[in-house]
Write a protein that binds this ligand. Sequence first.
Ligand code: GLN
Length: 475
Amino acid sequence: MNFKDIRERFRNKEISAKELTKDSLDKAHKYSNLNAFISTFDEDALKKAEYIDNNFNDYKDLALGGIPIAHKDIFCTKGKRTTCASKMLENFTPPYESTVTSNCHQAGSIMIGKTNMDEFAMGSSNETSFFGPVINPWGESLVPGGSSGGSAASVAADITSLATGTDTGGSIRQPAALCGITGLKPTYGLVSRWGMIAFCSSMDQAGPFARDAFGCAALLDAMASYDAKDSTSAQRDKVKYEDALRGDVGNLKIGILRDIDQLGISEEILKAYENSKTVLEKQGHSFVELDFSELSSGICSYYVIAPAECSSNLARFDGVKYGHRSDSSNISELYLQTRSEGFGEEVRKRILIGTYVLSAGFYDAYYRKAQKVRRMMKSKFDEFFKSVDLVFLPTTLDQAFEMNRTSSDPNRMYKEDLLTIPANLAGLPAISFPNGLANELPIGAQFVGNYFSEDLLLNITHKLQEVTDWHKIKP
Ligand code: GLN
């Protein structure tokens, strides 16, 4: 069932929060082969559901009242294990609650568990988790995308109607595309990063997953808030995203990329993209061709900046304060062994790259240059938004791919993020939604909007979903 129907039924007392929670937990266990969850909190979830049912009037009008939800295991949850899918935090129980999860609790949702992800959110296939890979509900040998693959799988498999994720370089949009659901990466600063384990702080941003734009709007209403505890949190008037869906979007000018067929996007995805353009045209929108020949440089910039920031952010995991600790009596050995044992291969690789590009001898050659590319990317979008309202492009190059994909190109996995990274570098909002099916697997496309245009992104997607059925197709 999708979020809107579930909430309607709860509000009409046709189904109780307890029944909904029991159903979600049952499915989480039934589909344990997907490995979508690192932890479930059966007892606490059922207790909260019962409390909500007993206090129905206090919850019935809340955005997420009575709704089971899954949170990515990157958000600290007070008194409940939070691992970031790393051996380093295998037994870590935070003493405080992240703003995102706290906002969701306050909006009346019921957390049934924490979802599996790539270790420290580094990856595009959910194969780097210490707890093993997540399986795409569309096929048992397929990856769900990453890094928020567990959350995407939970929604795609109908375990929960909503889930949270984070998107530093595409980790909401790419798994949304590969699992056939809708996911939004908000403007940097709209959603608080407090209590969200840091990977690349200048790009990390949390956002919603749901089957459709309506569910994403309701969850974003709960997630977004100004938070003094996050110094990059945006102080703005609160927008009610769900209400924004009722308005008309008007006739928009939509930017499309010249030479899009030169980017290595699969034929099936390009075909779905063309079909969506036809629908958009029928809805009264027009297209403007943009020259975005710099798009590919985004990936080079990202894979310098993200490792640089992660090498600094992950320095705190030293075996002294918290997390995994190796047996060693000597302090340097303790650091070395703890970090060698606690971090997986991908994380160690990124820390090495990050310290290298930040080192005195190479800072100008790599880090400063990457920052220049980042600035250029932002200017490029500023330029685009002078003539268009939105930019429309596919979300990924490929559909869900096989696990353990072997490739002669060691950077193949990094290229997965080619189309998502530009929005992260610029700090812009972007939404991915299902826009086709080929080889019996979903396809995604995305809109990138100007800063704080989440209402428009959600609304245009909602209008498309009113006349198309791609978001209704299930594995
Ligand atoms: N796949 C990208 C990476 O590995 C993006 C990850 C993310 O958005 N968290 O860094």
